[in-house]
Write a protein that binds this ligand. Structure first.
Ligand SMILES: Cc1cc2nc3c(=O)[nH]c(=O)nc-3n(C[C@H](O)[C@H](O)[C@H](O)COP(=O)(O)OP(=O)(O)OC[C@H]3O[C@@H](n4cnc5c(N)ncnc54)[C@H](O)[C@@H]3O)c2cc1C
Length: 403
């Protein structure tokens, strides 16, 4: 296989890189500030970070980069596999989010609507996902339904032209910023649990919705509890058939797991760790000269390269119009576990300094390594925990018997 890029592809990369350099400098600030600010941009509890991220999204859209992987007929870039791979590599190398401020809409909800929505739903929702005018969140998990998602209890009852929703969701990322939500509800409590679920599009400003932010161990409030008290949702906001929402939700989850494998800028983090190892002492010598540290860093770099190559493989399937299958669990599992090991190793290198968080006197690089270590575990849980990904790979890829 020839991994070299053509002259046109190199020109695309150069244009994109120039655009990112200019835009990040203008929106987020110059030099180290770019890395430092963008690394934590997904912590959207802070209003000023959120406004900058929205501004970045606006520019992404105007430049035609907001959804390179969507077909042109829906306002996307209709990019080739290679352009898409170049886009991901470049954006991640800057530590930027792949899809601006509307990650959930562009990486998973929009593609689900393109695949399974009605024409009216596509016309109504897709354009404002792209522009970032309408932000989306995903209401799946409940206090007693996470890994066992099909056990969800939030009820929706059809009453005339609308569903009436009652219940509670939890861990809903971005609910406090969102205009719209995809919501999984139980519409037939008598049916077997996977069969009585429906998939609704819900206006987050509807009367009866209450949102309570949850503060994470990092100190940010990125996700929420959401309560529904007789919330009316028009019947035309049902995606797919009534009681067939499980299939729709699985499509969204597969897109989510693909992006879960791509969205972590782990190669950039490893490069930053290499830079850090030149600055600090470990076991009586500069860390980057220590054999143990060198072995670890090389191993991380090899794994990150394998991850990049397997990302290209997932992209191939998507660009051929297929819904990603169980192989998307590989990327999600591998990327988030690698990210966790890198963060833990940074802690080991920093020794007692790793206890100093942002805002503390003496915190190394503003405490960003500590923040990363605190956030890394959550990423192995979001979008299906590592244990669940292992189960999926065991049963659906390796065909092992059910545990
Ligand atoms: C950062 C973050 C963002 C999130 N954002 C959203 C969001 O926007 N929308 C949303 O709906 N949800 C969101 N979630 C919730 C996430 O999907 C759930 O936390 C996840 O599915 C796990 O469910 P749970 O927390 O209920 O844990 P549980 O399902 O109770 O699991 C507890 C433990 O048991 C293990 N376990 C459970 N079942 C099995 C099994 N069969 N085999 C082996 N081990 C098992 C799990 O791996 C885990 O270690 C988010 C979570 C995080 C951390």
């Amino acid at each position: 296989m020839d991994f070299r890029f053509s002259a046109e592809e190199e020109a695309f990369r150069a244009r994109l890189r120039g655009w990112i350099e200019r835009t990040t400098a203008e929106v987020f600030g110059r030099g180290d500030a770019i890395g430092a600010s963008t690394a934590s941009l997904l912590d959207v509890g802070d209003d000023s970070k959120w406004e900058r991220l929205k501004e970045y999204h606006r520019r992404l859209y105007e430049a035609g980069y907001a959804a390179l992987h969507w077909p042109k007929e829906y306002g996307g870039g209709g990019a080739t596999l290679i352009e898409q791979a170049i886009y991901q590599d470049e954006v991640l190398s800057f530590g930027l989010p792949l899809y601006g401020c509307n990650q959930l809409a562009i990486d998973r909800i929009g593609p689900t609507l393109i695949f399974m929505g009605t024409q009216a739903q596509k016309d109504r929702y897709l354009p404002k996902m792209l522009t970032g005018e309408e932000i989306w969140c995903q209401g799946y998990s409940e206090p007693n339904a996470g890994s066992d998602l099909a056990g969800l209890q939030t009820r929706a009852v059809l009453d005339g032209d609308s569903f009436v929703v009652n219940g509670q969701k939890v861990w809903t990322s971005l609910a406090h910023r969102a205009d719209w939500q995809v919501l999984l509800v139980r519409t037939d409590p008598e049916a077997p649990k996977h069969k009585g679920i429906s998939y609704l599009l819900v206006d987050m400003k509807s009367p009866g919705i209450t949102i309570r932010p949850l503060v994470q161990i990092t100190g940010e409030a990125g996700f929420n509890e959401v309560f529904y008290d007789n919330v009316r949702v028009p019947k035309e906001n049902l995606v797919g058939e009534l009681n067939q929402g499980w299939q729709v939700s699985i499509a969204t989850l597969m897109y989510e797991r693909v992006s879960g494998g791509t969205r972590h800028p782990v190669e950039r983090t490893i490069n930053e760790l290499i830079a850090l190892s030149k600055q600090i002492e470990f076991d009586g010598m500069t860390a980057n000269r220590h054999p143990y540290v060198r072995q670890k860093l090389s191993q991380f770099a090899i794994e990150a390269r394998c991850l990049r190559l397997s990302r290209y493989r997932s992209l191939t399937a998507q660009l051929r119009g297929k819904i990603p299958g169980p192989e998307s669990s590989f990327g999600k599992l591998f990327a988030t576990e690698l990210n966790l090991r890198v963060a833990m190793f940074a802690d080991e290198l920093l020794g007692s300094y790793s206890a100093l968080d942002k805002g503390s006197f003496g915190a190394v690089e503003g405490g960003r390594w500590t923040q990363r270590a605190l956030a890394a575990r959550g990423l192995t849980i979001a979008a299906g925990s590592s244990e669940i990904q292992h189960n999926i790979i065991g049963e659906r890829v390796l065909k092992l018997p059910k545990g």
